[in-house]
Design a protein around this ligand. Structure first.
Ligand SMILES: *Cc1c(COP(=O)(O)O)cnc(C)c1O
Length: 464
């Protein structure tokens, strides 16, 4: 039998596996607009092909790839097409996919400059560009992480370090037992990942002071408790249901005066800053201390790609600091200083590609298109008897039918249709349908076709 290493060299040198993968990928792209948006039962049953115990010996890589292609591709969710409106999942711009392919071959570890000068350089460039795009001070630092969950964890870790230090406590040395109390001020509509980060950071849910929100899900300014330097205030650029933005100007100014820390969860909404169309919504967001944002959502880079931004570089790097006899820091940027992880993929490469390709005006055009499509979708649904429940200020639309039961049945039929897909949610204690416009590829035609699916689903639900 051939030795393993010989086989691996042969695979690498012939590039046959990459060619096979390329062919399968091209076929997938060509079939994208005909593919079901969510797999049918018949295909899902085929997933049992993967049920086997750990192989005892090496297997045929050609067959392995073929299995993944035939059973795998029909069991994907077609979120790279134009009729996927689920969660706030983004598509991938073609140039970001191409740069990811090339850099996948490089297989870089973005932890240290000495592990990848190109990754380090592009992280620095992206950091500068993000500061310019979002109107943040040039000393703001960026950490490139898996998504907003970890970005928020990182931002709140920086906040924990700094706020406790202001109270005379070094959390890195002394830990949290016996520490002065930190108050976490959150709107009731805050995304669940924030509460998770708070738990992971050891605060406990009892440290949270919940503030009521208005009809659109914005924190009610008048209900904000008195702030002081023991406070961390978390705001939202883009409510996950309605897309609403908190009143950053007023809230950040109050927080700044009181030396409270402000973190903005801007997973998909921070990108609105690129267009003057959303000036009203984003005004004052630069007054916060830290932000989380996802390129893998609105900017349409491939998964996964998240960013933590922090004005207080010392707080972020102190919170995430790591030491080791073998760690070789350099004069250049070392990515691990700004993230909880050490080893990580070089996400900044696709981010750089997206920003370099689109430029400021391209990003503006992208978010404006998502917004106008959301309005178009909402108007058509409204014309067809659905009730739109939010002000469509960005890319999110929430709607319902006459009764909760009808809403749920309609949603279920839409999801089974294979024609389009969106999720449900709960809004003001009622079941709703939730649509997110987050793909560059969605056209008006896609929306018309999807509205028909909604209309037919409601009709069918009415008759059952
Ligand atoms: C998606 C989202 C998150 C979570 O982000 P991940 O990238 O999935 O970790 C947090 N907050 C908001 C508002 C979101 O839309």
């Amino acid at each position: 039998m051939k030795k393993l290493q010989d086989a691996l060299f042969e695979q690498q040198n012939s590039k046959d596996l990459l060619k096979q993968a390329q062919q399968a990928a091209f076929k997938y792209i060509d079939n994208q607009s005909n593919q079901r948006v969510f797999p049918n039962e018949e295909n899902i049953e085929k997933l049992t092909f993967f049920d086997e115990s750990l192989p005892e010996a090496t297997s045929d890589p050609v067959l392995l790839l073929e299995l993944l292609n035939t059973v795998g591709s029909v069991n994907t969710v077609a979120q790279t097409g134009g009729r996927y409106f689920g969660f706030v999942n983004g598509n991938a711009l073609p140039v970001t996919l191409a740069t990811k392919w090339l850099s996948d071959v490089w297989d870089q570890n973005a932890a240290l400059y000495v592990m990848s000068p190109i990754a380090s350089k592009l992280e620095s460039i992206c950091q500068n560009w993000l500061n310019q795009l979002f109107g943040l001070p040039q000393h703001t630092v960026a950490g490139f992480v898996s998504g907003t969950s970890i970005a928020t964890l990182s931002g709140l870790a920086a906040a924990r370090f700094r706020q406790l230090q202001k109270l005379g406590w070094d959390v890195n040395q002394q830990g949290l037992f016996g520490a002065p109390k930190i108050r976490l001020i959150l709107g009731r509509q805050t995304h669940g990942t924030v509460a998770k980060a708070i738990s992971l950071l050891g605060f406990g849910q009892s440290s949270i002071e919940w503030v009521d929100c208005d009809k659109q899900g914005r924190l009610i300014v008048e209900n904000l408790p008195q702030l002081d330097q023991s406070c961390i205030l978390v705001l939202q650029a883009g409510n996950v249901n309605s897309g609403a933005f908190d009143d950053f100007s007023t809230l950040c100014q109050l927080a700044n005066k009181a030396q409270a820390w402000v973190h903005i969860d801007g997973a998909f909404g921070l990108w609105a800053k690129a267009s003057s169309m959303f000036e009203q919504q984003t005004k004052g967001m630069e007054l916060a201390d830290s932000w989380s944002v996802d390129p893998h959502k609105t900017l349409n880079t491939p998964y996964d790609c998240g960013i933590v931004l922090c004005k207080d570089a010392e707080a972020l790097t102190s919170a995430l600091h790591q030491q080791g006899s073998y760690i070789q820091l350099s004069e250049q940027r070392d990515g691990l200083l700004y993230t909880p992880e050490m080893s990580k993929r070089a996400r900044a490469i696709e981010l750089w590609a997206a920003m370099k390709y689109l430029g400021r005006s391209g990003i503006a055009e992208l978010v404006e298109q998502l917004h106008s499509h959301a309005e178009f979708f909402a108007d058509l649904l409204s014309d067809n008897g659905f009730t739109i429940l939010n002000d469509v200020v960005f890319n999110q639309v929430i709607l319902s039918c006459e009764t909760e039961q009808l809403t749920q049945q309609t949603l279920s039929l839409v999801q089974q249709s294979g024609e389009c897909w969106c999720g449900g949610s709960v809004w003001h204690e009622k079941s709703v349908i939730r649509i997110s416009l987050c793909s560059w590829a969605t056209t008006k035609q896609d929306i018309l076709r999807s509205v028909n699916v909604f209309v037919e689903a409601r009709k069918q639900a009415l008759h059952t």
